[in-house]
Design a protein around this ligand. Structure first.
Ligand SMILES: Cc1cc2nc3c(=O)[nH]c(=O)nc-3n(C[C@H](O)[C@H](O)[C@H](O)COP(=O)(O)OP(=O)(O)OC[C@H]3O[C@@H](n4cnc5c(N)ncnc54)[C@H](O)[C@@H]3O)c2cc1C
Length: 415
């Protein structure tokens, strides 16, 4: 093993969103910083965030209200957010000539809608402040002396340091480099790790018509989940059918509750295609439709009511003997079945997609083991922990990256 003779003030392990923010901030304070990244570039995950558009934060300038989204972690987070809030995210990026825009559901994106521009802005922040960057260098070990970390090893070289900021991310989307290395080291150092499981993740369904609707989205429907024969919860909004099941922000944000239901048994669901219309009113609407389409094929009439692929699915589910059935020959019973399907379209939920499809993984280091004024470990004094390594539940909508900006900044200010 080679020895690097430099002694760094700070070594940042992992060059994702949190690591870049931490490295640039520490270097700006005049610290001698080494950033070690195992990929051949920084920010591989950042580049694919928000479908390539990067939902950078969520526009809620009242910190107390913003923190409500982090559940049990909210009290721990007040201190770091008093140092770097949503407002600071705006000024940080806008000062660096990356204007931001607020879109539906208060989600904030770069005006260019290019995640690549967010990555480039942060990489420039790191470089402009004189951080030394090592690419394609996987850290394999952190070495301690008298209870503090004094060096870290890559496969070839030992680097000495006065402090370490750990920013190796979680285990969601491991193809971007986040393979959970940090969790193993932290456990060895005495930290507890809440077991990571995929969170904010699409749902799997083997129901045959779901696959057939792959690529179709319904902009306004209600989905109700059932467990053990009882209604568990409902959500209203947009849904996207895929070749494996269901997606869309609404589905991603339901996955945690669904995961809990799956722990106790099978889960089924029903989609209400007309959440605003009760069965009586829907029947009136259909009678009106049938009145002016009476000589048409039922399938063609349904095209006037629903998107084409959805109409075909509903028609197939009616299981009529005649494929060319005319509207005027639809029986009362068949009409009732149609209305029931439109309000209670049934499907099975088989499970959650895996880590490769997860936006975040639940789990990580509990905040009770961290001094959140500084993001310093309460177990190892010169170790700072950031980003997806932390056990903080949150919804989609920019809340994960805001945690990276805040915890990365705070660690960078104190290491
Ligand atoms: C598809 C997708 C879309 C998302 N979209 C959004 C969004 O729009 N808005 C939002 O708020 N959040 C989004 N997220 C979540 C967000 O991307 C993460 O919360 C965030 O990127 C985590 O940043 P991080 O710096 O903690 O870790 P990461 O980005 O995972 O970075 C960790 C880095 O550490 C490196 N590393 C790991 N181990 C080692 C090692 N041993 N040695 C050296 N380097 C190592 C990795 O290569 C990686 O570069 C999305 C996630 C995914 C997967």
């Amino acid at each position: 093993m080679k020895y690097d003779t430099e002694i760094y003030d700070v070594i940042v392990i992992g060059g994702g969103a949190a690591g870049m923010m931490a490295a640039g901030t520490a270097a700006k304070r005049g610290r001698k910083v080494l950033l070690i990244e195992k990929n051949s570039d920084l920010g591989e995950k950042l580049k694919i965030t928000g479908g390539g558009r990067c939902n950078i934060t969520n526009y809620e300038l009242d910190t107390r209200k913003f923190l409500e989204k982090y559940g049990e972690a909210k009290d721990f987070l007040f201190s770091p957010f008093s140092q770097f809030s949503v407002k600071d995210t705006f000024s940080f990026f806008e000062k660096k000539k990356l204007p931001l825009v607020t879109q539906a559901r208060n989600r904030v994106f770069p005006k260019s809608e290019r995640a690549h521009d967010v990555y480039a802005t942060l990489k420039n922040y790191v470089k402009a402040n004189g951080v030394k960057i090592l690419y394609q260098s996987q850290v394999i070990k952190m070495n301690t002396k008298h209870g503090e970390i004094d060096s870290v090893d890559t496969k070839t070289t030992r680097y000495q340091t006065k402090s370490v900021i750990l920013a190796t991310g979680g285990i969601a989307a491991p193809f971007t480099g986040s393979t959970g290395d940090g969790f193993k080291w932290l456990q060895k150092l005495g930290h507890h790790i809440e077991k990571p499981s995929p969170d904010i993740v699409p749902l799997r369904s083997s129901t045959h018509w779901v696959k057939e609707l792959s690529g179709t989205s319904l902009s306004f429907m209600k989905i109700t989940f059932f467990s053990q024969g009882k209604k568990a919860f409902s959500k209203t909004g947009k849904i996207l059918f895929t070749h494996f099941g269901l997606s869309s922000p609404l589905i991603l944000n339901s996955s945690k509750q669904v995961a809990k239901l799956l722990e106790v048994g099978p889960v089924s669901a029903e989609i209400d295609l007309f959440p605003d219309t009760n069965e009586g009113l829907l029947e009136k609407r259909i009678l009106k439709l049938f009145d002016h389409t009476k000589n048409k094929n039922l399938k063609n009439a349904l095209y006037e009511l629903l998107p084409k692929k959805v109409a075909e699915t509903i028609f197939d589910l009616l299981r009529l003997r005649e494929q060319n059935k005319k509207v005027h020959s639809v029986s009362v019973e068949e009409r009732k079945t149609l209305i029931h399907l439109l309000k209670h379209l049934p499907l099975q939920i088989d499970g959650l997609m895996g880590m490769d499809r997860a936006v975040i993984a639940d789990g990580g280091v509990p905040l009770s083991e961290i001094d959140t004024k500084t993001m310093q470990s309460k177990i190892v004094k010169n170790l700072y922990i950031t980003g997806d390594l932390l056990h903080i539940n949150r919804p989609s909508g920019g809340y994960s990256l805001q945690l990276c900006w805040t915890t990365g900044y705070v660690a960078g200010m104190h290491a």
